[in-house]
Write a protein that binds this ligand. Structure first.
Ligand SMILES: Nc1ncnc2c1ncn2[C@@H]1O[C@H](COP(=O)(O)OP(=O)(O)OP(=O)(O)O)[C@@H](O)[C@H]1O
Ligand SMILES: C[C@@](O)(CCOP(=O)(O)OP(=O)(O)O)CC(=O)O
Length: 397
């Protein structure tokens, strides 16, 4: 019997102009446009296998080796409904196609990094789900079309359908058909731009993005100013900075936008705090590092972890600075940063180390060096699939 199956991976993305707020919570339509950098799947990714079979009696989902309910997950149901409807349309037009739209499916997905810890697992997770469904169903859609479906899983997921530099255009229409991701520039446009992720906490966060942003929409006057006055201009400036590979401008806008996002969280009533003492120390350290010219940019999502964007040539120095204040962090060196330098560079000569205390061993748990890279990838299911011959996970938690 023919096996209908697809296996794909998808990347995370870290926004430099943040999405925070929905004007429609069920279609997931945002109150402002946003822009992100897609990070390499060599370091962080979701991997998903989906099989359709006449032998299956119900739709089932395993996430990181644990079975989860599909019916209770309205967002996942929406992604399935949309992609099945599109498959049904193409089956209607071409009778020779196998009838996959009516078959039950088994979905097995794994993240190679902590889920729901503010490392954008919902972004890579839903991008991967929708991309794998589109492969299974052979949907004739481009990445922007697919982003409209992935957006309904998690807003930020729509940007993970593309590699490189990606805008999510907020759109205006009530049905969401113009609220989609577009690529501003591919990853090859600015290969010099790299990122360092500082994992301050890998625990599940207190206030989810979904709940937090709607409380902000309801209570923050500052958010209205951000939506109307700040983001439209900032989007234009950010796109120009990326096109011109103007790092100081890119960095300034990135840090200002992260600061404003956390300011609207503080302006929420009751306030939401995502950054902690370590996050704030990282801000002070990068500010000191930048005092004679902008060499690095920090940004924080809905959690304490920092992402630092910088040109490749500064990365060893940034790692040396971070290691000084945060001893004992494990370093994921898959880009070979340390093999290129036999010893770490010294701290910059005029760096004032009094900007922050030296923190206890392991306060920053892990530092991950990565770079901008491409969008979802298709894998060979026979070799890389997550389901066994019976259609059950090869690995359970
Ligand atoms: N591989 C996956 N496949 C399908 N769904 C996933 C996958 N990974 C995560 N999710 C969904 O995303 C949820 C986690 O999203 P959440 O927004 O809470 O955390 P996060 O994405 O890590 O943080 P943030 O988006 O704020 O950076 C999970 O509970 C699950 O429903
Ligand atoms: C701070 C952010 O990371 C918020 C991401 O929010 P989500 O995309 O996780 O929210 P939902 O659409 O409710 O699933 C900023 C960003 O990625 O732009």
């Amino acid at each position: 019997m023919t096996v209908f199956e697809a296996t794909c991976t998808a990347p995370v993305n870290i926004a430099v102009v943040k999405y925070w707020g929905k004007r429609d919570t069920s279609l997931i339509l945002p109150t402002n446009s946003s822009l992100s950098v897609t990070l390499s799947q060599d370091q962080l990714h979701s991997k998903t296998t989906i099989r359709a079979s006449a032998d299956f009696t119900s739709d089932r989902l395993w996430l990181n080796g644990i079975e989860e309910s599909i019916e209770k997950n309205k967002r996942l149901v929406a992604c399935l409904r949309e992609t099945r409807a599109l498959r049904a349309q193409i089956e209607e037009k071409d009778a020779s196609l196998p009838k996959l739209a009516s078959l039950k499916i088994h979905i097995c997905s794994e993240n190679n990094f902590p889920t729901a810890a503010g490392l954008a697992s919902s972004a890579s997770g839903y991008a991967c789900l929708v991309y794998t469904l589109s492969q299974l169903f052979q949907l004739p859609l481009d990445a922007s079309d697919l982003s409209i479906v992935a957006r309904q899983g998690s807003g930020s997921a729509c940007r993970s359908l593309f590699g490189g530099f990606v805008a999510w255009e907020m759109g205006e229409k009530a049905d969401g058909s113009d609220s989609k991701a577009v690529q501003i520039a591919p990853e090859t446009h600015w290969p010099d731009l790299q990122a360092m992720i500082c994992v301050v906490s890998d625990e599940k966060k207190g206030t989810s993005s979904t709940e937090g942003m709607q409380l902000t929409v309801k209570t923050s006057a500052l958010l209205q100013h951000r939506i109307k006055e700040v983001v439209p201009k900032r989007m234009e400036e950010m796109i120009a900075a990326i096109r011109n590979k103007d790092f100081p401008k890119f960095a300034e806008l990135t840090m200002q936008d992260s600061n404003q996002f956390h300011a609207v969280c503080l302006d929420t009533y009751p306030p939401i705090f995502y950054m902690n003492d370590i996050s704030r120390a990282i801000i002070r350290i990068i500010t000191e590092y930048n005092k004679d010219g902008v060499k690095a940019a920090y940004t924080f999502d809905a959690g304490p972890n920092a992402v630092i964007y910088a040109p490749e040539k500064n990365m060893a120095e940034i790692y040396a600075v971070l290691s000084h204040f945060f001893p004992g962090a494990t370093f994921d060196d898959s880009l070979g940063l340390l093999s290129k330098t036999s010893t770490l560079p010294p701290l910059p000569q005029n760096f004032d180390t009094r900007v922050s205390p030296v923190f206890a061993q392991g306060s920053v748990k892990q530092i991950l060096h990565t770079k901008a890279d491409n969008g979802p990838r298709v894998l060979d299911s026979a070799q890389h699939g997550l389901l066994n011959a019976e259609g059950l996970p090869k690995r359970l938690a």
